[in-house]
Design a protein around this ligand. Structure first.
Ligand code: HEC
Length: 172
């Protein structure tokens, strides 16, 4: 009898646990400052912008470590430099239109659609991000990047009328 009673509580306990441990719900209108940047800082910035630079990807990370096998091709590394993507900034800075560009750092906003595309399960190496052996993003993060990239007229920097101007220097 006791045993039976204990078992009857199990389904409820599982539901509570799943709700408690699962990811929070995906915001319909995610913003760069609150929702997107934390994901990019956790999974992408070590190559795309940490320390204010592009960091040629090595694994395990370290100055003398070999280049990641998944992207060691020189043409891949050239396109990495040309991309010039700094995910820790929303806006592009410097002069990106001159040839060669001067001091140009391209921000996440203009690449929103490409960023969302590279994290999808359907993305193929070498542009599946982050590159192996890093684990792919979970569905929660992918959905946030998708929703953000689909915002019209453009992916927003902040949902606050008065955002942190180090992250959103040109307003929300
Ligand atoms: C280990 C280093 C590394 C990490 C971490 C990394 N990238 Fe990349 N990324 C690269 C390299 C190298 C390329 C160039 C690949 C190419 O264009 O062939 C690249 C290319 C890209 C491109 C251009 C793809 C295209 O279609 O041309 C985007 C967008 C991108 N990365 C976004 C991201 C995002 C978003 C994350 C995090 C989820 C991320 N990257 C994590 C190294 C990295």
């Amino acid at each position: 009898m006791r045993r039976l009673a204990w078992f009857s509580f199990l389904p409820a306990a599982v539901v509570v646990l799943a709700a408690g441990c699962g990811s929070p719900s995906v915001p319909a209108q995610p913003a760069y400052d609150a929702d997107v940047r934390p994901i990019l800082m956790a999974h992408c910035v070590r190559c795309h912008g940490a320390g204010g630079s592009l960091n040629v990807p090595t694994e395990p990370t370290g100055p003398n470590a070999p280049t990641l096998p998944s992207i060691s091709d020189s043409s891949v590394l050239m396109s990495f430099d040309a991309l010039n993507l700094y995910v820790d900034q929303y806006d592009s800075t410097g002069d990106c239109t001159s040839n060669p560009p001067s001091n140009c750092k391209q921000g996440a906003e203009i690449f929103a659609t490409t960023i969302a595309g590279t994290v999808h399960a359907s993305a193929k190496p070498p542009t599946a991000m982050p590159p192996a052996p890093a684990p792919r993003l979970d569905d929660w993060a992918i959905e946030i990047l998708d929703n953000w990239s689909n915002e019209k007229p453009k992916p927003v920097c902040s949902n606050s009328p008065d955002p942190d101007n180090t992250i959103c220097p040109n307003g929300p």
